[in-house]
Design a protein around this ligand. Structure first.
Ligand code: NAG
Ligand code: NAG
Ligand code: NAG
Ligand code: NAG
Ligand code: NAG
Length: 422
């Protein structure tokens, strides 16, 4: 009896879910207008996607004289995509929000919907390397997510296998943190006793499970360090002597002349690191310079979608504080530091070859301040700069359909991922 009853309930729930999801798809299908907008802007691509953690980091780019805003944006699945031009490159700007999940979702929505030739992620980052200073802009060669752990049972050690290690799911090969090594005591005898224990024992850093679009679905591979695109990295290296701002006014200057630095590794996790001991640990164990909460996520999405990417992040302060640079200095120079990262981003985008812009027929639109392709300019004129505010509003209203769909589908208009092979 119990089983039949349960089957009945499952059937009813399944029908209910099916009904609901079809309803959702129908209501999205009505917004063919949104898909048409996306298709239209995609014809003006390919774009460089500028993926930005938050509005504090977006503002200086919006204000930069080399960025020409189209004033045009499209909202998809709760994210706003702004369209503009830097140099000869059409660009899409999007804010991710804080942390690894937000950064991953936003990057995937960008790549699934828009015609993107590469991703530039920028902002500010913590610094784990005392050779570098506040205001230096750094470009890491590799990015890794250091928030995926196997946390070992107390009583076991580096000689013991991790759970599921034999299946190839977890590994001891990348490195581990032993909590007991961070015990403090004013009894130096105890502190120096190497067999001092801690119930938290050890955590082992794990590579990410990845599913590249040219791999076999459902067959995972593992990656810890994702390499920045070689062409982008080499292009950026041409900027290594570029001048960065040192002073906010005639009297207040950074103690070191800021430089563009090329460093080995950057690390991200959904963890705000303000701890000097942990900073030293990741520096020593993983050769990390940049520490942040999004970059590795952007890297992992781009890696799996086979889209070139680079991360350009200015160093704000030493994560966890230090003697030479205090948080007061970081605060005083926050805007300068950020402006320097934007400066590097703009110069980097300007260096990218214009060859991929064969379809990009620049013209001055009737708005006068926007140079975009004919289609795009016409779109702009019709939609965004229409004479009446009413038209403008109805455009936004149409986009709402899409945001309503959050959670039921990937924003509806997403192109299937497997159509994204490039
Ligand atoms: C920079 O952008 C912000 C936000 O868009 C704005 O409030 C500010 O006035 C701008 N600054 C300049 C110098 O344009
Ligand atoms: C030693 O640690 C105890 C407990 O934390 C503290 O009360 C004491 O002041 C410390 N002594 C010294 C000399 O630091
Ligand atoms: C050091 O650790 C060992 C093993 O736990 C213990 O037997 C010994 O008493 C400790 N020595 C000190 C000075 O704490
Ligand atoms: C320069 O900026 C600093 C920090 O904002 C401020 O304290 C100082 O008064 C400024 N000096 C001048 C000459 O504007
Ligand atoms: C950063 O750039 C903005 C405009 O983009 C400007 O208003 C601001 O003064 C700059 N900050 C510094 C410290 O140079």
């Amino acid at each position: 009896m119990g089983v039949r009853r349960m089957l009945f309930i499952m059937l009813v729930s399944a029908l209910f879910m099916l009904f609901n999801s079809q309803n959702a798809l129908v209501s999205c299908a009505l917004s063919s207008e949104l898909q048409a907008k996306i298709n239209a802007v995609n014809e003006d691509g390919p774009y460089i996607g500028l993926v930005i953690p938050n509005s504090f980091e977006l503002d200086p780019l919006l204000n930069n004289s080399d960025y020409i805003s189209s004033g045009y944006f499209i909202d998809v699945s709760g994210r706003r995509f702004h369209f503009g031009v830097i140099g000869q490159k059409p660009v899409i700007l999007v804010i991710t929000g804080l942390g690894m999940i937000n950064a991953g979702i936003t990057t995937q929505i960008l790549l699934s919907n828009f015609n993107i030739e590469g991703v530039v992620h920028y902002g500010i980052a913590g610094n784990a390397n005392e050779e570098h200073h506040i205001g230096d802009v750094a470009i890491s060669h590799f990015w890794g997510h250091l928030g995926l752990w196997s946390w070992q049972r107390n009583g076991l050690g580096p000689q013991d296998k991790l759970p599921f290690e034999e299946n190839g799911d977890y590994t001891r090969k990348y490195g581990y943190l032993r909590f007991a090594d961070y015990t403090t005591s004013n009894d130096s005898v105890i502190a120096e006793n190497s067999s001092y224990d801690n119930l938290l024992n050890n955590i082992y850093y794990q590579p990410e499970e990845v599913f590249p679009i040219d791999g076999t679905p459902e067959q995972s591979k593992h990656v810890l360090w994702v390499r920045v695109d070689d062409t982008y990295y080499n292009t950026a290296s041409r900027l290594k002597n570029m001048k960065l701002e040192k002073c906010i006014n005639s009297t207040t200057c950074l103690s070191h002349k800021p430089k563009l630095k090329f460093v080995t590794n950057g690390a991200s996790a959904s963890i705000f690191v303000d701890n000097a001991a942990y900073r030293s640990f990741i520096r020593e164990t993983f050769s990390v310079t940049q520490v942040d909460m999004e970059s590795a996520s952007v890297a992992l999405v781009c890696y799996q979608q086979r889209v070139p990417f680079i991360v350009i992040r200015a160093l704000s302060n030493l994560a966890g504080g230090g003697s030479s640079e205090d948080s007061e200095e970081a605060e005083t120079f926050a805007s300068l530091v950020l402006n320097n990262s934007v400066k590097v981003v703009v110069e980097f985008v300007k260096l990218l070859p214009a060859s991929s812009l064969s379809s990009f027929k620049t013209k001055t639109s009737s708005i006068g301040r926007v140079r975009l392709s004919e289609d795009f300019a016409d779109e702009l004129f019709e939609v965004q700069y229409a004479r009446t505010r009413g038209e403008h509003f109805s455009f936004h209203k149409n986009l709402q359909c899409n945001s309503d769909l959050q959670g039921t589908a990937w924003g509806g208009p997403a192109r299937p991922l497997d159509a994204q092979v490039r």
